[in-house]
Design a protein around this ligand. Structure first.
Ligand SMILES: NC(=O)c1ccc[n+]([C@@H]2O[C@H](COP(=O)([O-])OP(=O)(O)OC[C@H]3O[C@@H](n4cnc5c(N)ncnc54)[C@H](OP(=O)(O)O)[C@@H]3O)[C@@H](O)[C@H]2O)c1
Length: 217
C-alpha cells in the first residue's frame, strides 16, 4: 500500500490544532479526509472550516471508515481513546504523532511513559494494528498558515512494519516541501517524541516554527 492516492485518512482529535492542520494539508492534496472527534457535531464544524471535501464524524465512525488513522489527541487522553477503538483500528495503519510533554517555568520537558513512548503505548494497546510514529515535529501553525505553500522539513517516520512506514513516508510527502525519512524502529520513538521539547525551546528562543532536516540522504 505505498501509493497513497485514493486512500482515506481519518484523524482522531481532528478538531484540534495539529489534527486540523494535517487534515487541511491532506485535503488540499486531494486525499479523502475524515475528521474525528468525541462529538460528531464538532467534527463536522471542523471539516466545514477546512473544506476541500473533508467530512466529520465521531472518532469511532471515522476510524472504522478510513484506510489510515492518525492519532492527534493530547497524551492524557491517548491510551483510553485507543483502548476504546481497538476493533475499529484492527488491521489498519495507525499513525501516532502524540508528544508526551509536561510544561513548567523552565519550558517543555518529556514525560516518562511506562511503555517507553506514546507510539509504543499505542502498539501495546492495539496489537492488531500497524502502528507507525510520525509528524511529531510539524508545527500546527505552519500547517494552518495559508501563506505557507511549502512546509520546509523532514518528517521522521518510525515503525516495525516496512510497508507501513513506506506508506506513511509517502503520506507525509503529499504535503508540498515535506520529505518522509525512515527514522528507526518503534522502540526508538521516545527520543523523537522527547526531541519536541527541544524544538519548542528553539521556537521560544528564536520566535520560530522550526523544523528538522536530515542531511546526506
Ligand atoms: N500542536 C502542534 O503543533 C503539534 C505538533 C506535533 C504533534 N502534536 C501532538 O498532536 C496531539 C494533538 O495536539 P493539539 O495541539 O492538536 O491538541 P489539542 O488541540 O489540545 O487536542 C486535539 C483534540 O483532541 C481531543 N481531545 C482532547 N482531550 C481529549 C481526551 N482526553 N480524549 C480524547 N480526545 C481528546 C479534542 O477534540 P474533541 O473535543 O473534538 O474530541 C481536541 O480538539 C498532541 O498529542 C500533540 O503532542 C501537536
Amino acid at each position: 500500500m505505498t501509493d497513497v492516492n485514493g486512500l482515506s485518512i481519518a484523524i482522531l482529535g481532528g478538531t484540534g490544532d495539529q489534527g486540523k492542520g494535517l487534515a487541511r494539508r491532506f485535503a488540499l492534496a486531494g486525499l479523502q479526509v475524515l475528521i474525528g472527534s468525541r462529538s460528531a457535531q464538532r467534527a463536522q464544524e471542523a471539516a466545514d472550516s477546512i473544506g476541500a471535501g473533508a467530512s466529520g464524524d465521531d472518532n469511532a465512525a471515522v476510524a472504522a471508515r478510513a484506510d489510515i488513522v492518525i492519532v492527534a489527541v493530547p497524551y492524557e487522553g491517548h491510551k483510553a481513546l485507543l483502548e476504546s477503538l481497538k476493533g475499529e483500528l484492527a488491521g489498519k495503519i495507525v499513525v501516532d504523532c502524540v508528544n508526551p510533554l509536561g510544561f513548567d517555568k523552565q519550558g517543555a520537558y518529556a514525560l516518562p511513559v511506562e511503555e517507553g513512548s506514546a507510539a509504543q503505548q499505542a502498539a501495546a494497546v492495539l496489537p492488531d494494528s500497524r502502528v507507525v510514529a510520525a509528524f511529531h515535529h510539524v508545527s500546527a501553525v505552519v500547517l494552518m498558515d495559508p501563506a505557507v505553500d511549502k512546509v520546509d522539513l523532514d518528517v521522521l517516520v518510525l515503525g516495525d512494519d516496512r510497508e507501513a512506514t513506506d506508506t506513511v513516508q509517502k503520506l507525509a510527502e503529499v504535503i508540498p516541501g515535506v520529505r518522509g525519512v525512515y527514522g528507526g524502529r518503534l522502540r526508538n520513538a521516545h527520543q523523537i517524541e522527547a526531541l519536541t521539547a527541544n524544538i519548542i525551546s528553539v521556537n521560544r528562543r528564536y520566535k520560530a516554527h522550526a523544523g528538522l532536516r536530515i542531511t546526506d540522504i
